[in-house]
Design a protein around this ligand. Structure first.
Ligand SMILES: NC(=O)c1ccc[n+]([C@@H]2O[C@H](COP(=O)([O-])OP(=O)(O)OC[C@H]3O[C@@H](n4cnc5c(N)ncnc54)[C@H](OP(=O)(O)O)[C@@H]3O)[C@@H](O)[C@H]2O)c1
Length: 265
């Protein structure tokens, strides 16, 4: 990985999160990272970090062996057509984080056989806490471990079947927004029962982190841990049941399904 040269084509929200994750982990030196976008001045503040910045996607491709495409679905095909003559099957691994564009659509747009991956990280890649779901074409098989170690810079990495990529987008990439909205609601509740916003945020953030780490470490079902907190006739179960009467679990499930139906359209 130390010798890898990475291009991030389309350094917007997720591209920047990936860049920040790489800069944080320091496994690839900034000089070996090239980022692009059309309004490159937006990234001027990164100059001091040593990252190469350009509007020239072809220059970025020529200078790199791992290419991460992080543009919107309506931009990806034109970019693939722009760079395809410069792709070298002996050198390049192409990774798309663009939602919804399939391996075969990417393959068709570039017209040559090279290792192609789809990856679905989330914005916590910037602090090394994403989960990234990944799938690949047959040419990509030999590169799975190097792509996995690249994405391990952003958190944990899972290899999945391509047919689950839309679901991974909802649960992992959109999922962080659902969790953040949940956190916001808890903070609002905390303020109503007496804490200032800063203290409420600190308590809630750590509580959410603790709950996630508890489940990750113990590998138990959430309800098993909930049983330890709910004293019969106590305040926790009263609150939880009130939330459920108001559709707490149901609204989350319905929201996830609505997002999925939208992405599948
Ligand atoms: N945001 C997330 O949490 C997240 C998570 C996982 C996956 N994704 C997927 O990642 C993709 C990008 O999402 P995003 O939220 O990061 O969007 P975004 O913030 O709009 O970023 C896309 C970037 O692409 C650049 N761009 C557009 N055309 C370009 C071109 N011809 N050459 C170089 N750069 C170009 C844009 O900058 P200029 O206009 O300056 O060129 C923009 O900064 C989407 O498909 C999304 O589904 C997003």
């Amino acid at each position: 990985m130390k010798n890898d040269r990475v291009a991030i084509i389309g350094c917007g929200n997720i591209g920047l999160s990936l860049l920040q994750g790489l800069l944080k982990e320091k496994n690839i030196v900034p000089e070996n990272i090239t980022v692009t976008r059309r309004n490159i001045r937006e990234l001027a503040y990164l100059e001091e970090k040593g990252v190469k910045m350009t509007t020239d996607n072809v220059f970025a491709i020529k200078d790199s062996n791992i290419i991460v495409i992080a543009v919107k679905p309506y931009n990806i095909i034109e970019i693939l057509e722009e760079i395809r003559d410069y792709l070298n099957p002996e050198k390049h691994v192409l990774i798309s984080v663009t939602a919804g564009t399939t391996l075969s659509q990417i393959q068709d747009a570039i017209g040559i056989s090279i290792p192609v991956f789809r990856a679905m990280p989330n914005i916590s890649a910037s602090v090394g806490r994403s989960v990234s779901c990944i799938c690949h074409n047959s040419e990509g098989k030999k590169d799975v471990e190097s792509v996995r170690s690249l994405f391990d810079n952003f958190g944990t990495t899972m290899i999945i079947e391509e047919e689950l990529m839309q679901s991974a987008t909802i649960l992992g990439a959109c999922g962080i927004a659902y969790v953040l909205r949940f956190i916001r609601a808890m903070i609002q509740g905390g303020i109503q029962i007496g804490f200032d916003a800063k203290t409420a945020s600190a308590i809630v953030n750590q509580t959410v982190k603790g709950a996630a780490e508890l489940l990750i470490e113990r590998k138990e079902h959430p309800e098993f841990e909930i049983d330890k907190v709910t004293t019969p006739k106590g305040c926790t179960i009263v609150g939880l049941n009130e939330m459920e009467h108001n559709g707490f679990s149901s609204s989350l499930i319905k929201g996830i399904v609505a997002s999925y139906e939208k992405i599948e359209k």
